[in-house]
Design a protein around this ligand. Structure first.
Ligand code: ZN
Length: 505
């Protein structure tokens, strides 16, 4: 029997296609909430989203899905499936197990603890009141320990949570990756601090009409290959990307009249995410394999475009004349070198989301180390602010003056997102490895980028990353694209070469 006529395969595909449809409809409601919804719309939006998420969970965990999976996993059936359908069965099994292993009571309790947690965190951060948030965080970690136990792991509990965001990744793999990166970054940061010259970013801090900024960012997106027939850009407080299938991908950005990079790099970053989503194969539309492989792989796309391409000198050789067409006054006498220096200034920062390319990973490694200790019960929640501040001093050389600027700055833990932070730095590690392979394949890459030939990059990513969807694990995708599993050397080498040249150290 050919695979297309195999009834159980067809039924599984159809059931999961409906899950994908419903999930994308929920995404549309969320997109609207962040961009267009009038304030009073919030009243019904929460229940609309909760209703959809209940239906999605019900459809995904339907007993019939379990039966179909069990049939298709029989060795005799599995062996006759095309490779892509074997992948679909494997990925569906993973999603099905993650959704069914958690007892409903635990799911409800987690939903409650995190909804309340976010609200308590919001007030605690505004009032710099750690003590009011500590019990909520304690409760969330307690529940996340139960979640890890229910899902199961072979190494340590953290692995079960990390696997949700980065399938296949484990603490045992992360520790050496991050260890090398941490030591090299602390060393580089010290050299930059002692450098004879510091970078000047005053050119960026002029008055830049925001409507013109947005028009410029759209020109850059078009040059990157973003398809405005299959997507759009709007404004929101926190930039994000969402997809309703490869032919409708939405990004948002934000603009600051007095700081040029805010809008430009938000657009390029989200544009990188969007190119991935627009590049997912049409053949995997409405298929559970038709989305990004992991948060780390997704982030590798956004960071590659934002930092490796967008903060490079070749980019500014191309982009400065385009910017000058909108802003002749502000760019008079400015060179590509000056723009490159300005957008790459490094500083010891307190806040993750404001950190530069060098220090960013130290913020992530700190969070990974602390959340791992918290989950293992080796760091009491009560001791968290002190340990946070000590680690900040050790890694970044600064101590937050308040908990609001320290341990209370991120929403992730309050939202129950434990095991999520590492994917940001994995994105940087993967991006560096991909960039190295791209340069190997195109020795004249810089010259091409200076001419605006960004399609070289997009075509390369399309064939090596985007076309795969979710059919391989992140490590396998990286190995397929670059010839080796994740290796921190590439990011360390890139950061050293780039910033030692910029700072003359
Ligand atoms: Zn991102």
């Amino acid at each position: 029997m050919s695979s297309s006529t195999r009834p159980n395969l067809r039924e599984l595909r159809e059931r999961l296609a409906e899950v994908v449809d419903l999930a994308q409809a929920a995404e549309l409601l969320s997109w609207d909430q962040e961009t267009m919804m009038p304030p009073r719309g919030a009243l019904y939006r929460a229940t609309q989203l909760a209703a959809l998420s209940g239906i999605i969970h019900e459809r995904l965990t339907h007993p019939r899905v379990g039966e179909l999976l069990a049939e298709l996993e029989e060795p005799s059936q599995r062996a006759n499936l095309p490779v892509i359908d074997q992948a679909m069965v494997r990925v569906s099994r993973r999603d099905y197990d993650r959704a069914t292993k958690l007892p409903p009571a635990l799911v409800r309790e987690l939903a409650l603890a995190t909804t309340e947690g976010v609200e308590i965190w919001r007030q605690a951060r505004a009032a710099n009141d750690w003590a009011s948030f500590a019990p909520a965080l304690e409760r969330i970690f307690h529940l996340k320990r139960q979640e890890a136990r229910a899902i199961g792991y072979s190494g340590e509990p953290y692995d079960a949570l990390l696997d949700e965001f980065e399938p296949g990744m484990t603490v045992a793999q992360l520790v050496p990756l991050f260890g090398d990166l941490r030591a090299a970054t602390i060393d580089l940061l010290g050299r930059i601090e002692r450098a004879p010259r510091q970078l000047d970013r005053r050119v960026l801090e002029q008055s830049w009409d925001t409507a013109k900024q947005l028009a410029f960012s759209e020109d850059v997106l078009r040059q990157m290959g973003f398809d405005f027939e299959a997507g759009r850009q709007d404004l929101s407080t926190h930039p994000f990307t969402t997809s309703f299938g490869p032919t409708d991908v939405r990004i948002t950005t934000r603009a600051d009249q007095n700081d040029l990079p805010v809008a430009l790099y938000a657009s390029i970053h989200e544009g990188g995410h969007a190119l991935y989503d627009q590049g997912l194969p049409a053949a995997l539309g409405r298929n559970i394999l038709g989305s990004g492989a992991s948060l780390g792989i997704h982030e590798s796309q956004s960071r590659l475009w934002e930092n490796f391409l967008g903060r490079g000198r070749p980019f500014w050789e191309f982009a400065l004349p385009k910017l000058a067409a909108y802003f002749p006054e502000q760019t008079r006498g400015v060179t590509p070198e000056a723009m490159t220096a300005a957008v790459n200034r490094v500083g010891r920062s307190l806040v993750r989301v404001e950190a530069d390319e060098v220090t960013y990973n130290l913020h992530i490694i700190l969070r990974f180390e602390l959340e791992r200790l918290l989950l293992r019960g080796e760091l009491p929640v009560a001791d968290l602010p002190v340990t946070w501040n000590e680690t900040m001093r050790e890694y970044l050389g600064v101590v937050p003056p308040t908990n609001s600027l320290g341990v209370l700055q991120d929403t992730h833990w309050a939202s129950g997102l434990i095991g999520y932070f590492p994917t940001y730095s994995l994105g940087n590690l993967y991006a560096a490895q991909l960039w190295h392979a791209l340069q190997r394949d195109y020795p004249d890459l810089d010259a091409r980028l200076a001419r605006g030939e960004f399609s070289v990059v997009l075509d390369w990513l399309r064939s090596r990353i985007h076309s795969v969807g979710r059919s391989l694990l992140p490590n396998q995708i990286l190995e397929r694209a670059t010839g080796e599993p994740p290796n921190p050397t590439y990011l360390v080498t890139y950061l050293n070469a780039k910033y030692r040249a910029l700072y003359g150290v």
